[in-house]
Structure formats: C-alpha cells, structure tokens
Design a protein around this ligand. Structure first.
Ligand code: AMP
Ligand code: MG
Length: 417
C-alpha cells in the first residue's frame, strides 16, 4: 500500500489572498463604452470635469427671486417683472422687484435670495405683485454654481468600479462615453462524474449518486456580474486526459480559467496533476471554513500565460471562496484599486460553541433588532444557507461566540455584484 502524501500546511487566508493578488496584473488596453453600458465596469482613467456643476447659481425652490434688502420687513410688496422657468434665461433683477422662479432656473443677476411660494401671496394686477410674508436671509434657496463639482476636479478615479450613481455623476459632467478596462475572458468548467445538468434528467429519474450541477450556475452569474466575458465549457469528467485537454484548449483564448471540484488530493481529483502538466500550480489548502481546497496556477500558452483558479466542489465552499478570493482577483485584472473585503462590528444574537482550528465564515442574516441570526446548518454542502444569508461572520480561528458578543460582519450584497 502506498502511503498518502503528508498533509500540507494550511495557508492563512490573508497570506493566500495577498499572493493571489500579486499575480493579478491589470490586463492591457482600454475600451471606450457608452456611459449607458458602463455599469459595473472599472475606470481606466481619471474623469476630470471640464465644467462646474451646477453651471450657474440656480433656485432650489419654486418661488420668487429678490433682493433681501427689498424684503427686509415681513409683508413687503414687490412687482413681479420676469418669469424664469428651468432652462430659461434670467435678466438682471430690477431693484425693488421680484422674479417668478422655478426649481433649477438660473438666479437673475442682482437677486440674492429666493422665497418659496408657500411664504408669499400673489396680488393680481398688471404687473402682478408678490407679498413676501417672511424676510429671507441672504442666499436662501440658492444652489451655488460649482457647489457639486469644480471645473478641473477629478470626479471619479482610475481603478474605481462604476456604480449606477457614478454613471449619473459622469453624465453630469457631459461624458457620453467612458474609458474602462477590458472585460477579462474567463473559461469556466465544473468537474465531477456525479454531476448532471438540470433539464438533462428529471428529478424522479436521477440515478443514485447523481446530483445536479449547481456551482455552474452561480459561478457563471457571479463572473458575469463582475464584468467578465464567460465561456462556459460545461462539465469535464473526472479523467486526467480530459481535464488536460479542456485546460489546454481553454488557456489559448482566455485570461483566466475557473474550475470547481476535483481540487483536493484524492485519486479522483485530477485538477492538480493536469495543471502541473501544463504549467505551474500552487495548490493552497487555505485555513478557512468553508473553503479549504483552493488552487491557483498558470497554464503556459504561446502568448501570455493563462491564470488558473480551482475552487472546491462543495457548493458553499465554492461560493465563499469565490466571493473572498476570485472576486478581488477578477476585479484586479481590471485594474480595480479597492477590492478589500469590508467588515463592520455587529452583535451576535446566537451562540457558536464549536470553535474551529480554521478561520470561519458563518452564514448569518441581520435581524430587525440590529443583531445577527445564524443559519442553523453551516455544512459546506447546504446551499440554502447562502440564499438565506445576507452576510458572513468572519470568525477568527479558535473562537467561540456567545449571545451578545461583538463579531465582524461581512455583507454579502457588496460581494456578489
Ligand atoms: P470535490 O471537490 O470534487 O471532491 O467535490 C466535493 C463535493 O462537492 C462532492 O460532494 C461533490 O459532489 C460536490 N460538487 C462538486 N461539484 C459540484 C457542482 N458543480 N455542483 C454541486 N455540487 C458539486
Ligand atoms: Mg469531484
């Protein structure tokens, strides 16, 4: 009998992540895409404003623009000599008069305050007059030119990921197109002879030992949300030659290959020797739970080497290692500067008595009382937990949790898009 290989030392997550990211050099090139289509993309250049926003002083209320000096006493009566809608042109205010004005309209030169219409009475006549019931302070209801953005200001920075709000901000300085990093080309495949595709066999005819391929669905969706172009290569059987062939062909046309399953060190785990045959592999057993088996490597090609990441097969392990490791990796390939996982202090409304040797990421959900509830089954095969949860508790190795303890909460919302 051949002895099993000795167990490799587990790598701390932070160390593994730092090493992983040291390989994730930004892909070359810049694309110019319509601002409409840039959601989720990473900016390839700083965006500098060629104008000030707002472009001129304007009203933040529907009402009357006037000079404070003309309405220093409550009840002042002023003739209304112009009407300025949003998009209209303002003429200099005649001293002693008021201008009817609407939200967003330019403040007429000479006016130094706006009185909202609710604080006025209109007196019919030719011209109509306005009675100003309350004396306004200088500057009231005026939005100042440039109070949002100064001309020459950098409004968004290279490496920033574009959110819907950022698209609006870019549009507010007149940009119809944005320079963004190219999409990483990612090949995805699942390994496992037990895997069956939904639709291929109906539930009542599933053979014993078969399971549906769930990882393929969430990995593909997660990659797409992160701006990747995904080539889905389906299921590769647990076979050395088939695995080598799949990796070799995918490496020619992609920046990264992501696989799930087969990355442990059993006889049916072919990923490790296959990557070693084609390039270099650093197989990491990471000191985290779920998600111990994880591999990074490179596959040689005639051009640039193709990155390789092997995720564990257990669905929850696959999901958690994706959000904590693959996500920052693919964002870094796009030059993103802020990929670090953020955690906040939160109160545990549960107990966790089983301290583990590994750093754990427990599936939890915020409750209305401001605390965290724990999903009852924390097994790495229970995918239900990842749908139920809105976050993970980052629990240090060797730590139990008592009800009321302060823990570190990592929101999943920010990690899945
Ligand atoms: P492995 O990492 O290949 O040893 O797989 C570990 C566990 O995850 C096994 O129980 C597999 O059946 C399961 N598994 C592997 N790949 C998938 C997948 N794509 N979808 C659902 N479960 C999977
Ligand atoms: Mg397997």
């Amino acid at each position: 009998m051949t002895p099993h290989a000795p167990r490799p030392a587990l790598r701390p997550l932070d160390e593994a992540l730092a090493e992983l990211l040291s390989h994730a050099k930004a892909l070359p090139g810049t694309e110019h895409v319509s601002t409409f289509d840039a959601d989720g993309r990473v900016l390839a250049q700083d965006l500098v404003s060629a104008l000030q926003v707002p472009p001129q002083d304007n009203s933040s209320m529907d009402g009357y623009a006037l000079r404070c000096a003309d309405a220093a006493q409550p009840g002042a009566l002023l003739p209304v000599l112009q009407r300025i809608p949003a998009g209209g042109v303002a003429h200099a205010l005649v001293p002693g008069s008021a201008a009817r004005i609407f939200t967003g309209a330019p403040i007429p030169p000479g006016a130094d305050a706006v009185v909202m219409q609710e604080d006025c009475e209109l007196v019919a006549g030719d011209p109509a007059q306005v009675r100003v019931l309350k004396a306004p302070p200088a500057g009231q209801w005026i939005r100042r030119a440039g109070e949002d953005i100064q001309r020459g200001a950098t409004v968004l920075q290279q490496g920033q990921r574009l959110s819907p709000a950022a698209l609006g901000l870019a549009a507010s300085i007149g940009l119809a197109q944005l320079p963004v990093a190219p999409r990483p080309k990612v090949a995805l495949f699942s390994t496992g002879d037990e895997l069956v595709m939904p639709g291929q066999v109906p539930p009542e005819r599933m053979l014993p030992g078969s399971i549906y391929n769930s990882n393929r669905f969430f990995l593909r969706a997660l990659l797409a949300r992160l701006g990747c172009t995904v080539t889905d290569l389906g299921i590769v059987p647990d076979d050395r030659q088939a695995t080598i062939a799949a990796l070799q062909s995918a490496a020619q046309h992609h920046d990264l290959i992501v696989t799930s399953g087969g990355v442990s060190v059993g006889e049916e785990d072919h990923i490790k020797p296959a990557v070693q045959a084609l390039g270099e592999l650093s197989l990491w057993q990471i000191a985290m739970k779920p998600g111990k088996p994880f591999a990074y490597g490179c596959i040689d090609t005639p051009d640039a080497p193709c990155h390789f990441i092997g995720l564990p097969g257990n669905p929850v392990s696959s999901f958690v290692t994706f959000v904590l490791l693959v996500r920052p990796f693919v964002l870094s390939l796009q030059g993103a500067t802020d990929t670090a996982m953020q955690s906040i202090a939160a109160r545990a409304d549960f107990t966790w008595a089983r301290a583990d040797k590994r750093r754990e990421f427990l599936r939890v959900r915020r409750n209305a009382a401001g605390g965290l509830d724990l999903f009852e089954n924390q097994s790495s095969g229970v995918l239900t937990s990842t749908v139920w949860a809105d976050g993970l508790v980052d629990n240090p190795a060797g730590q139990t949790i008592a009800r009321g303890d302060e823990v570190r909460f990592v929101g999943l919302g920010a990690l899945i898009g």
